[in-house]
Design a binder for this molecule. Structure first.
Ligand code: ISE
Length: 336
């Protein structure tokens, strides 16, 4: 494990740059050495800033012998082409969520990975690495508090930009709950429904906000997730698991309680980048370590596919205002 893993990143936007900084300045065992982006001038400026080699195209970078592993942080619709290129080159690839916006494209990636005969793909569902969610998972897995019966969750953002529209509440925000709750409970979903509360005056014309997604699992656990992305005042992630013998709650980031000027209170995170900063660190450190040992320990291409199947059903449920069944292909032995 002594040698540094040489990493190339496709997509040098905000999240890509935070991953470069995290890997090169904070973590160990890996180094981002190359980058590519559709915006060639911007890519060159990022390469200069971080001392990387800028490639003309993602494909060229992936094929280069200077790159041993790939990170994909392009816009969502372009994820698949680079993940497929990495698989074709036989190189491990970490792809930010979603693996691809459509379940069928995720399935193509699953098929390509299986055909390669090697586990290469990890999907960036970082919540699985959050300390609080890990504790919840262990408490549920042990059945110390009995069977989980129902979950009440909330996903609140301080605000979103104008290209964030109604479908993105499921596909960009609640996709995190779709993945992490399936992982927490260790089972697939059976149905999805999305209902609309009264719309906030803060949401623009093309955004229905808030929304409530209701999922049931195969064993009958019932989950409600409130997405409220235009709160105007907070980033807050809540997850309450009602078990037969106890109620379990996800903790918020620990911050001190301050009593001053006849007021007691504590700060909360302003957005996801600080709320899940530790989770991102752990996620990438573990990805570097397992990649060097030739394994994928994190969310797989199959998890990416399963997430998009549920998201597609929830989107259909939202558009048709009905309850939609969630039907997955059988999980191949390769991923079991
Ligand atoms: C954003 O894209 C993320 O991935 C954040 O984790 C999430 O909380 C936010 O709602 C999304 O818009």
């Amino acid at each position: 494990m002594a040698k540094e893993l040489k990493i190339g990143i496709v997509g040098t936007g905000a999240i890509g740059r935070t991953h470069i900084e995290r890997i090169n300045n904070k973590l160990s065992g890996g180094k981002v050495v190359a980058c590519a982006d559709q915006n060639a001038d911007f890519c060159k400026s990022v390469a200069e800033k971080y001392g990387l080699k800028a490639f003309e195209t993602g494909e060229e970078m992936i094929a280069s012998p200077e790159v041993e592993a790939v990170i994909v942080t392009t816009l969502d619709p372009f994820h698949a082409e680079y993940v497929l290129a990495a698989i074709a080159a036989g190189k491990p690839v970490f792809c930010e969520k979603p693996l691809a916006p459509e379940a069928e494209t995720c399935k193509k990636i699953v098929d390509a990975e299986m055909a390669s005969g090697k586990h290469l793909v990890q999907v960036g569902f970082m919540r699985r690495y959050d300390a609080g969610y890990k504790q919840l998972k262990e408490a549920i897995r042990s059945r110390k508090y009995g069977e989980p019966l129902m979950l009440h969750c909330a996903h609140r953002n301080p605000g979103v930009d104008t290209n964030y529209d109604t479908p993105m509440e499921v596909e960009n925000s609640m996709i995190h709950e779709i993945d992490v709750l399936r992982w927490l409970l260790g089972e697939d979903y059976a149905t999805a429904e999305v209902v609309f509360p009264k719309k906030t005056r803060k949401a623009h014309e093309n955004l229905q906000d808030p929304q409530i997604m209701i999922l049931t699992t195969k064993s009958g656990v019932r989950i409600d997730v409130e997405a409220f992305v235009c709160t105007g005042h907070c980033y807050q992630i809540k997850c309450e698991v009602c078990c037969e013998d106890a109620i379990l709650n996800l903790p918020e980031s620990p911050t001190i309680n301050v009593c001053a000027e006849a007021h007691v209170g504590h700060d909360i995170d302003a957005d996801w980048s600080t709320r899940f900063a530790d989770a991102y660190d752990t996620e990438f450190q573990e990805w570097i370590n397992s990649t060097k040992e030739g394994r994928v320990d994190g969310p797989t291409a199959w998890d990416g596919y399963a997430g998009q199947v549920a998201a597609a059903a929830a989107s259909k449920a939202r558009d048709t205002q009905s309850v939609v069944e969630i039907v997955y292909d059988p999980m191949p032995a390769f991923y079991q």
